[in-house]
Design a binder for this molecule. Structure first.
Ligand SMILES: [Zn+2]
Length: 239
């Protein structure tokens, strides 16, 4: 006998600051298992991989999680989690001054992304030659073994750029990534630019939007003094 389906129809819409609207559903026990297994390993890359799998499953295969900016993936995952588990999570904080541990409730529905829709992603290298960039995805970071995407060094940025070029153009033609050139070719193209030509590009990567949420509380160990904690990136919501 075929049993009834529990959650077949539940779905929601999330509007990203980029203007895109994404349809998603809560995660189910099958996805919760993926998350629990990743949490057991205690490894950040395993967790990110679980976020990726779950987000892919819960967005009906429409979202390209390999190419989507990591911060959008994180934002989407947090929203999926809100609908799956509930909006409140406990965050464990340790006071930097006195070491007092504190458990603080955070409302995940209040966590937001800054508006990045108007940030230019087109850069000229010479009068005629330029390129268009996209923000790094989880796969881009993984390729380079970058585990702390929040504070990229210039060296890491220079390594990332060839992976994040959408297209290269001159006055005659547009060369599209993965179609007209591969990462190796992008690397050799980019490695011939001067430091001055790429200043704005480096800045683009220094200002990658992040999920952030400011927690304010009074620390018992410091006689009730007011403390602030800035959560940045989805990992901070899982401590
Ligand atoms: Zn304290």
């Amino acid at each position: 006998m075929s049993l009834p389906s529990i959650n077949e129809t539940a779905s929601y819409n999330l509007k990203l600051p980029s203007g895109k609207t994404i349809k998603y559903r809560p995660y189910f026990v099958k996805e919760q298992k993926i998350l629990l297994m990743a949490q057991e390993t205690g490894k950040q890359d395993e967790l990110l991989d679980a976020f990726k799998k779950i987000t892919s499953n819960c967005t009906f295969g429409v979202v390209n999680v390999e190419k989507m900016p990591l911060f959008e993936l994180e934002y989407l995952f947090l929203n999926i989690r809100c609908k799956s588990v509930g909006e409140n999570v406990d965050i464990n904080l340790v006071c930097k001054k006195c070491g007092q541990k504190e458990k603080i409730k955070v409302d995940l529905s209040k966590v937001s992304l800054p508006d990045y829709s108007k940030k230019p992603n087109k850069f000229m290298l010479t009068d005629k030659i330029g390129l268009m960039l996209r923000y790094p995805s989880i796969d881009d970071y993984n390729h380079l073994g970058i585990s702390q995407p929040n504070n990229l060094t210039t060296r890491q940025i220079l390594d990332l750029v060839p992976y994040c070029i959408e297209n290269i153009f001159d006055e005659k033609q547009v060369y599209v990534a993965d179609k007209d050139f591969n990462v190796t070719e992008a690397e050799s193209f980019f490695s011939n630019a001067t430091e001055k030509q790429i200043t704005d590009i480096v800045q683009f990567f220094k200002e990658i939007p992040t999920l952030s949420h400011l927690i304010e509380y009074n620390c018992k160990g410091c006689n009730g003094a007011k403390k602030e904690f800035l959560l940045e990136g989805v990992m901070d919501f899982f401590v």
